[in-house]
Design a protein around this ligand. Structure first.
Ligand code: DX5
Length: 237
């Protein structure tokens, strides 16, 4: 979905009102985003439980947006077919949950959907370098996964920049996403470091403003950064 010079904001529906999840999805679509991130949590890999593949299947007919499914679950290989069948356009697995990471990512690609890998703030990027050629996206966690509304971990910015350099040196078409604590102050920092996919939960879904207005605030915040660089912002319309 993301080519290297487009900035994409992906709302995370973990912060949407679960009693009206469909409304949260359609509000994001009406606000013009290309895709959303659906955070799957099993209460084991992360200390929270969220959605399953049935939630993805329920969302699928509501929208033609890109459904980016972030698997914060142990042994994700057990369920990649179920999530693909439910309508996921990309499955992002945690390096920390895959003993055979190359095999899991290959299995996702064999399902003709995009494959992503993500690492926690305490996991070295060296652990994913051997499989960079297999993935469409690397997601750098800028919070410890499990909950929305946490603070951005600024030390991850250097890792984003290092990863960006490696991707460019290897001439790979791999996008970098950041996930956690993205708001109007941190979004420009992430873009400047080299991220092109910004996953944002509580800065998009909150009681302060509408999804549309919150997204406009985020777009405006990164506008300055994108003007001074080769990046462009991607909206659906
Ligand atoms: C955290 C999730 C994030 C979270 C982002 O474990 O992976 O996607 O929903 O929420 P904010 O943007 O509020 O940090």
């Amino acid at each position: 979905m993301a080519s290297n010079n487009q900035i994409i904001i992906e709302p995370s529906i973990l912060s949407a009102n679960f009693a009206y999840l469909g409304k949260g999805v359609t509000e994001a679509q009406e606000a013009g985003v290309k895709g959303i991130q659906i955070d799957i949590m099993d209460g084991q890999f992360v200390p929270n439980i969220s959605f399953g593949w049935d939630t993805v299947a329920a969302i699928r007919p509501l929208t033609d947006m890109f459904l980016d499914v972030h698997l914060m679950i142990v042994q994700p290989e057990r369920y990649i077919e179920a999530f693909a069948k439910a309508g996921a356009d990309r499955l992002i697995v945690h390096q920390e949950t895959c003993i055979h990471l190359h095999r899991v990512l290959s299995s996702i690609k064999e399902l003709d959907i995009e494959a992503g890998v993500t690492i926690n703030p305490g996991t070295s990027i060296d652990t994913i370098l051997p499989i960079l050629d297999l993935v469409d996206l690397v997601q750098i966690m800028t919070v410890n996964p499990g909950f929305g509304g946490q603070s951005f971990i600024h030390s991850q910015l250097d890792r984003i920049a290092s990863l960006k350099q490696i991707i460019q040196e290897r001439n790979l078409d791999v996008a970098i996403a950041v996930d956690g604590g993205i708001h109007s102050d941190t979004a420009p920092l992430a873009v400047a470091a080299g991220a092109t996919v910004l996953v944002a939960g509580s800065s998009v879904y909150n009681s302060k403003a509408s999804v549309k207005d919150n997204l406009a605030t985020l777009y405006a915040a990164i506008e300055k950064e994108t003007k001074s660089s080769r990046y462009s912002i991607t909206r659906r319309h």
